[in-house]
Design a protein around this ligand. Structure first.
Ligand code: AMP
Length: 453
């Protein structure tokens, strides 16, 4: 795999010192060994420091967190007002992502006096309120708990200068649209808002953009669909669950020196597989899914992160926001239900310029779903057979031009499953033809959406 390029982190000649960042932030960047801004950082930071509203399409793993944290810290350092309430609010769809953002802020703000605090579910409400009384500069929140603290008077958003909505598409998928709008309404109208999304989303995202952002600058980095070149993506045809389990064990024992995540579609399957893998000598196995309480989830992530090797069995809840370095294998125990879920799963590997392998185990009934995902990503996965464990299913004998097996029924909801992100109309008009991989920026041509907050 040494011939793999790491395009996301090798492009561009810009260095951080050219981005008008405070020397304390530059010191933190050098302590973290971040030498050059990633494309999303290079594109976003100057506009964000200038106080513009931004709508950015960038994937987890692109360095998007620092792309909004650095300018936010810079603006806080430049601001002399000392309000008794937070000045920046970051909304995250999941607790895990919020914790990751909190850690990134601590790393980047380590040579400043700026402080951040988490407002997420699963943690003691009163302890959280007490922490908020210490006036953190930045609050990182999940929408539900944010509204609860707001309602209880524990959180005051009247002094927010910067609102960041991270993984907005996921936020909407999880049903947080109204919560996000309510929270935005609780922030002052005169504020900066930055919205990040991995996909161009649907009508729901467009509505949020229109209501929450003001004359946003639209930045689209490499489309998510093109942005996984450092990951080898393979499929193995499987007969049944017993065959899947045997393959997972083989892959973990033979092809993974470091860390791996095995994704399952259901919690029940995650628990079952956890049991199966724990019985395998030499594997350190943890499980992560939505039914585990917050303490267990935190512990599983911490333990998994520590040490050089380990296996995390997880459902999609865990896919978002997890930033685990040295993750070299992702296994889809079963096929994810949509192209975007697939991307979020495989995006766990090959991060920060590293290389990775993603293997999907595909049973006969999943073949057409798999080929729909291939079409969505505009790439063909490598077909693979593990000799020792070759099954009787070798993939469909005859394929339609679409790649689906002959005889596969055209399901009514097939379209629904593979949601192609619809480019919002105004943005499509503004999108100039640029070579793939270039950053597209524009702020003109967009009918200035009125902020109704
Ligand atoms: P994110 O997309 O924000 O989740 O970041 C993905 C990973 O890239 C994280 O491990 C970051 O610490 C890392 N990262 C962010 N910016 C840079 C940079 N400029 N150089 C190297 N690594 C970075």
């Amino acid at each position: 795999m040494s011939d793999y390029q790491y395009p996301r982190f090798q492009k561009g000649k810009l260095v951080f010192t050219e981005l008008s960042l405070h020397e304390r932030l530059l010191k933190a960047l050098s302590a973290l060994s971040f030498e050059k801004p990633t494309p999303v950082q290079a594109a976003a930071i100057p506009h964000a420091i200038a106080g513009e509203d931004l709508y950015i399409i960038a994937q987890t793993g692109s360095g998007k967190t620092a792309a909004y944290v650095l300018p936010t810290l810079q603006r806080l350092l430049d601001d002399d007002s000392k309000p008794l309430a937070p000045r920046a609010l970051i909304l995250s769809p999941t607790r895990e992502l919020a914790q990751q953002i909190h850690k990134d802020i601590q790393d980047l703000a380590r040579f400043t006096f700026l402080k951040s605090e988490l407002v997420i579910g699963g943690e003691d409400f009163k302890v959280q309120a007490a922490k908020l009384r210490k006036n953190p500069d930045i609050v990182i929140a999940t929408p539900g708990r944010c509204l609860e603290q707001l309602g209880a008077g524990g959180l005051d958003l009247s002094t927010i200068q910067t609102l960041i909505i991270d993984e907005a598409d996921r936020m909407l998928d999880m049903g947080f649209a109204e919560d996000v709008l309510t929270i935005a309404q609780a922030c002052p109208e005169q504020r900066q808002t930055m919205l990040f999304s991995a996909t161009t989303g649907n009508a729901g995202l467009k509505r949020i953009i229109e209501q929450v952002l003001r004359e946003p600058r639209w930045l689209e980095l490499d489309s998510v669909r093109d942005d996984t070149p450092a990951i080898r993506q393979q499929v193995i045809a499987v007969d049944d669950n017993a065959h899947r389990e045997a393959l997972v064990k083989w892959l973990l024992l033979n092809e993974c020196q470091g860390k791996a995540i095995v994704f399952t579609n259901t919690r029940v399957m995650a628990d079952r597989l956890n049991g199966v893998l724990r019985a395998v000598e030499g594997l350190r196995v943890y499980v992560l899914h939505g039914e585990k309480d917050q303490k267990d989830r935190k512990l599983a992530i911490e333990r998994f992160k520590q040490g050089g090797s380990g296996v995390l069995v997880a459902t999609d809840v865990a896919a978002r926001g997890l930033d685990i370095s040295e993750l070299d294998l992702v296994i889809n125990f079963d096929m994810p239900r949509s192209g975007d879920d697939y991307l979020h799963r495989v995006g766990r590997t090959g991060r920060a310029g590293g290389e990775g392998v993603a293997v999907s185990l595909v049973a006969p009934h999943e073949w057409s779903l798999m080929s729909s995902i291939e079409r969505y990503l505009r790439r063909q996965f490598e077909r693979r057979v593990i000799k020792e464990l070759a099954g009787s299913f070798k993939g469909p004998k005859k394929l339609k031009a679409s790649g689906k097996p002959v005889g596969a029924k055209k399901k009514k909801d097939d379209k629904k499953k593979i949601k192609r992100p619809k480019t919002p109309k105004p943005a499509a008009r503004r999108k100039p033809a640029v070579p793939k991989g270039e950053v597209v920026t524009s702020s003109d041509g967009l009918a200035p959406p009125k902020r109704r907050t």
